[in-house]
Design a protein. Structure first.
Length: 117
């Protein structure tokens, strides 16, 4: 386990403790809902594995795990619309994440639709 995380030793430690102890599922994934920090609009529901969560925390930019491609995915590095993390919240039993992001436009897209829904 990554040194950013602590072991899950009890319900009290997880729900009331001061340390990050994410609960990854049997596939090593944790769900994350991503919303726009300015509008509150839901952008997407995705998953992170341990590596994606660590990279997100360390870089301040959203990284996910693509189940279809079976690889890490730096959200929209290819399109130029990078998600800068404004706030990352974990549910009290630490089995899902809620990420508020600020889009960083590096170049204009042809579409004004910046969300996946």
């Amino acid at each position: 386990m990554n040194p950013l995380f602590t072991d899950r030793t009890s319900v009290e430690q997880v729900e009331e403790g001061l340390f990050l102890a994410p609960k990854f599922d049997c596939n090593g994934l944790i769900p994350v809902v991503t919303t726009d920090v300015n509008t509150g609009e839901v952008l997407m529901h995705a998953y992170m594995n341990e590596e994606a969560l660590v990279k997100t925390i360390e870089t301040g930019e959203a990284h996910y795990y693509s189940r279809s491609r079976q690889q890490l995915w730096h959200k929209d590095q290819s399109s130029g619309l990078v998600q800068k993390v404004a706030q990352l919240t974990i549910y009290d039993d630490q089995d899902c994440l809620w990420m508020h992001y600020q889009a960083l436009d590096f170049f204009k897209k042809n579409s004004s639709n910046n969300h996946n829904f």
